[in-house]
Design a protein around this ligand. Structure first.
Ligand SMILES: [Zn+2]
Length: 69
């Protein structure tokens, strides 16, 4: 299972955690338990938005705008 890096928007902490793709959208900050976290992409990139929660509904996978992830 890959390790993903996240940054908490609430307290600013950065942390890495093991999480399945399905649960990437439900990770909480390990420091303050906030759900307001953003995944950091380092060295690798999971292509596509299939199953992703952050970009769901934007409609255009190639559009640079509309998705902050
Ligand atoms: Zn936090």
């Amino acid at each position: 299972m890959p390790t993903y890096d996240f940054r908490c928007n609430a307290c600013g902490a950065e942390f890495s955690t093991f999480v399945s793709v399905k649960k990437r959208g439900s990770v909480i900050c390990e420091h303050c338990d906030s759900g307001q976290i953003k995944q950091l992409l380092r060295g690798f990139y999971v292509q596509g938005t299939s199953g992703g929660g952050a970009c769901a509904g934007t409609g255009c996978a190639s559009c640079p705008s509309g998705c902050s992830a």
